[in-house]
Design a protein around this ligand. Structure first.
Ligand code: FMN
Length: 192
């Protein structure tokens, strides 16, 4: 059987992003559990704000097509999103909106969401860890017919959550992250 591949997508471009940091820790956990992991930055896939006129005139931008194809080359996807005003940031929503418009040959539109497992995680310096963004992200992915695994991970007070080795200080947090990584691998394997 070919190696199980997981794509990890941090939903922030910010230097020093708490979510990019959590994505790195999650990627490490997924790799420890046996997955082949690709961690990207959305900075490498810049997209304009979705505009139907733009799509009608020029088609779906090549960065959206490339990101869709990268997703299609993986069996599972982890999105690590910030919370902005109790929901997902525009970057994450806009990326998903464009991805949902990609239609490669012999595919239905947005097919990439239907055929692989997704996990969602968040980090925030606040008390709730971005859990409301996770609820919003689940809803968006479900609308795209994605399978979103039950386990999720929200990291509160994320600016002080790591020790000097970049490990999560709180054992319950570390366990929850590990459980989510294993579930993503398990379900991705079943969907292969
Ligand atoms: C426009 C905006 C809205 C925000 N709203 C929330 C929020 O609703 N809940 C929350 O926990 N943090 C909120 N924050 C704080 C972010 O969680 C915090 O800036 C976080 O570090 C952003 O993620 P990043 O570090 O990965 O870039 C908000 C930040 C911005 C800029």
């Amino acid at each position: 059987m070919s190696a199980l591949k997981i794509l990890v997508i941090p939903g922030s471009l910010r230097t020093g992003s708490l979510n990019a940091r959590l994505a790195a820790v999650a990627a490490h956990e997924l790799a420890r559990s046996g997955a082949e992991v690709t961690r990207i930055s959305l900075a490498d896939f810049p997209l304009p704000i979705y505009d139907g006129d733009l799509q009608a005139k020029s088609g779906v931008p090549k960065h959206a097509v490339n990101l869709k194809r990268m997703m299609a080359a993986h069996h599972g996807v982890l999105i690590v999103t910030p919370e902005h005003n109790s929901s997902v940031p525009a970057l994450v929503k806009n990326t998903i909106d464009w991805l949902s418009r990609v239609q490669d040959a012999h595919e239905i539109r947005g097919q990439v969401f239907r055929e692989r497992a997704f996990a969602v995680a968040s980090a925030s310096s606040g008390r709730l860890g971005g859990v409301r963004a996770l609820a919003a992200l689940r809803l968006i992915l479900s609308a795209c017919h994605a399978t979103v695994i039950a386990d999720q991970f929200a990291l509160p007070f994320a600016n002080e959550a790591y020790d000097e080795m970049d490990h999560l200080k709180n054992a319950a947090d570390a366990e929850a992250l590990k459980a989510m990584a294993r579930q993503l691998i398990d379900i991705s394997q079943r969907m292969m």
